[in-house]
Design a protein around this ligand. Sequence first.
Ligand code: ARG
Length: 463
Amino acid sequence: MSNRMWGGRFGAGPDVIMEEINASIGYDKRFYAQDVAGSVAHATMLAETGILTAEDRDAIIKGLEAVKAEIEQGSFNFSRALEDIHMNIEARLKELVGEPAGRLHTARSRNDQVATDFKLYVRDAIDMLIGQVRTLQKAFLDRAEAEANTVMPGFTHLQSAQPVTFGHHMLAYVEMLGRDAGRLEDARKRLNESPLGAAALAGTSFPIDRHMTAEALGFDRPAANSLDAVSDRDFVMETVAACAICAVHLSRFAEELVIWSTPQFGFVQLSDKFSTGSSIMPQKRNPDAAELIRAKPGRVLGALTSIMTVMKGLPLAYSKDMQEDKEMTFDALDSLSLALAAMTGMVGDLTVNREKMKAAAGAGFATATDLADWLVRVANVPFRDAHHITGTLVAKAEEKGCDLDGLTIEDFKAVDERLDARAFKVLSVEASVSSRTSFGGTAPDNVRTQVETWRTALASKDA
Ligand code: ARG
């Protein structure tokens, strides 16, 4: 039997393999709510513009609500022969309300329908992800506040560089996530033009009102060009790109958690809720959630590569290639959402080992720069010379097997006369971080100020 939605000119139905490759219902059933909302807006507009009678509109809308309820209750029978969510819903509508159902598709096509559904879906996903990003920012802010004074080694090249505060380190992620939310907001703004009414590709001869449907669906305006409206998937590429960057950010903290939670580092302990044991080594405590978050960019970037590759070189307007835009996108959105939730849980639950962090912060001559800065500030030594003098002291300390503050004043004087007892004061890690009060620097007071600034900014977003 040929397809009852478009099979008028076909004598026979599709080959089973054709049906399998052609069907998208397995995944685009996710669009059911968006599809119903789009159809309700369309039917309402058709009646408003005199294209549909009020009775037909009422029958259609009532039927669509019934279909939606069936899907939500799980009693809806999805059919692969009906290809996709659009035709599944319309076919069921026909069964429920009869002839008026056949009038719903006036002045539209599945091409503008799927673009509309997908935009509505991605828009909802963006809103959810932005909320999750903000929640994670708040978890980092709580940590930053609690650990404003906690000193840890700051790294470059993963080598101890200079002491920083753990609060400051947390705030670095708050900044990254702030930009991630901003990118999602930008994507949402550009996405928010309605494709509905572009019809198959050329617009329609019916006197439709696209402004009306755009408004009903929460779009800012109708998309201005019908060809662009049905062939645009920028909103997917841009959103998934923003997701990929966010996933990369999460993976960086995930990696730090993996490193910091090793017994060798011991800076943090992940809670039982976010660790796993080994089936053979009873002593083990594995950071599986962190590792999985570290891996998520692989999937999200895969989705981005996939959608860009599908779209590349496609002639206008719609081509069926564009059905391959969905599965990976769903996976990317789901993966990021799960990663954000897991990261939020881990940040909230982890235990910070302040002593270990502090001990590590002091090791490896981490305050050598502070000593060089002291020579510049107090003894007016040019920085390059100060660097050399301090380097000589580091070598001496290494030779004696002690830290810089284990050297004697005689050791200091032997290297440079301009050094005196006051120089010892700058060698503590607390003094080091407290002195770094330049804007954006690691000092505990800076951290507290920045936490307040972010809290105010986030509260205004919530309002
Ligand atoms: N299932 C299709 C998709 O996801 C809907 C649009 C089909 N349009 C068409 N002209 N065959 O892209």
